[in-house]
Design a binder for this molecule. Structure first.
Ligand code: ATP
Ligand code: MG
Length: 367
């Protein structure tokens, strides 16, 4: 059973507790819970004890309530019911509950996605407004430069050159922003991850010199090809590799591995059904300085960067490509380095990926 079950008699003795309940309450090492008072068994979880204590006094018991267990940090969803005898007298209470920590993580990912969409919308609006005046500045500075040349004024000419190149750079940023918010059109085909990773490594090495960084690539034999876009996937892994190389600053190790796995998505229904999808799991791990905990949920945001020359779009694009393939990305980071894990379903990609209807469709016809 995927739910935790705990039954107590009227006097508070535990009559039944299943394995899932022991796991969630972290009571695995004290399996002799049956026969003891619940407040002793659950001594570690005073919040739960309080809920159970009140159970016999309430006529309407909590249904689908939530509680965070302070000692373990787990969030549980629970329902309490009276157990009655033939004469409908309450003889005990049964607690059905479920570990919601995973569901919470899913919701957190959803929130992150929403933030990204909102950010994209804003970037598109600003980019659109800024493009025209920028073009104006560039043209007018060009005209002025011609006049300065006729007036033989080298100082003015060099200043105007600076203005023009700055305007060009701003234009480039605007262009990238618009590129980023545009929906991805995937060219889905049978794609071998081994080929993708090989191209990604080659591409990353042309962008960042590897110097003394050791690179290991391990692809499991017999890895199934996935339905995906070779070019976009290549971009995804190139971005991860570039970040790893940059984090190592010339010395260290990058390990890339690909193996078969499953993508588990938990349904939100009461039964908590789990859908497992055949998948390919790719890890890109470096032994660099790691990502500080407080930055971890910001690094996927567009324009978030800690690098002087960074645009902060690398990981935002990574996430977008992963989403387009119906996959997921997880990060583990600590003092010993950073590992990005990308899980891609073997047959998952839709031809068209539009993150939210209406929001990004508008930008696709811009510029
Ligand atoms: N492997 C890594 N190790 C440590 N920090 C990382 C790693 N990958 C990403 N980061 C952090 O996440 C931030 C965002 O990464 P992202 O790729 O989105 O942008 P960027 O690398 O700064 O710029 P860009 O990729 O656009 O050139 C980085 O600035 C860096 O602080
Ligand atoms: Mg980057």
């Amino acid at each position: 059973m995927r739910n935790g079950v705990l039954a107590i008699t009227r006097d508070g003795t535990v009559a039944e507790i299943n394995a899932e309940a022991l796991r969630i309450f972290q009571l695995k090492r004290s399996p002799n819970a049956v026969g003891r008072h619940f407040s002793v068994v659950l001594a570690k979880h005073p919040d739960m004890v309080r809920v159970l204590h009140s159970a016999f006094e309430l006529s309407h018991l909590p249904n689908r309530a939530e509680l965070r267990l302070k000692t373990t940090g787990k969030v549980i969803g629970y329902t309490l019911s009276h157990v009655r005898d033939e004469r409908a007298r309450s003889t005990g209470v049964a607690l059905f509950f479920k570990d919601l920590t995973k569901v919470e993580q899913l919701e957190e990912r959803e929130r992150l996605r929403d933030r990204l969409v909102a950010l994209g919308e804003m970037a598109a609006a600003i980019a659109h407004e800024v493009k025209n005046p920028l073009a104006g500045i560039e043209v007018m500075a060009g005209l002025l430069k011609r006049q300065a040349a006729m007036a033989e004024s080298p100082d003015a000419q060099s200043l105007l050159n600076d203005i023009i190149s700055e305007a060009k750079m701003a234009n480039q940023i605007v262009h990238e922003a618009l590129e980023f918010v545009r929906p991805i059109r995937l060219q889905v085909e049978h794609t071998a991850l081994a080929d993708v990773l090989q191209s990604a490594v080659a591409l990353a090495e042309t962008k960042i010199p590897r110097r003394d960084i050791t690179l290991e690539v391990k692809v499991e034999e017999g890895l199934p090809p996935i339905q995906g876009d070779h070019h976009q996937l290549c971009q995804l892994f190139t971005n991860l590799l570039i970040n790893a190389f940059e984090a190592l600053e010339g010395t260290g190790t990058v390990r890339v591995s690909a193996r078969e796995g499953v993508l588990e998505e938990e349904g939100h229904g009461p039964a908590g059904e789990v859908h497992s999808t055949r998948s390919v799991v790719v890890q890109v791990a470096d032994n660099g300085p790691g990502v500080p905990r407080e930055l971890r949920d910001r690094i996927f945001n567009a324009f978030f960067t800690t690098k002087p020359q960074g645009s902060g779009l690398g990981l935002a694009i990574v996430r977008k490509v992963v989403d387009a393939h119906d996959g997921r990305i997880d990060i583990q980071s600590g003092a010993s380095g950073t590992c990005f894990q990308v899980t891609l379903p073997v047959s998952g990609a839709n031809d068209w990926f539009v993150p939210r209807p209406g929001v990004l469709a508008r930008t696709s016809t811009d510029d």
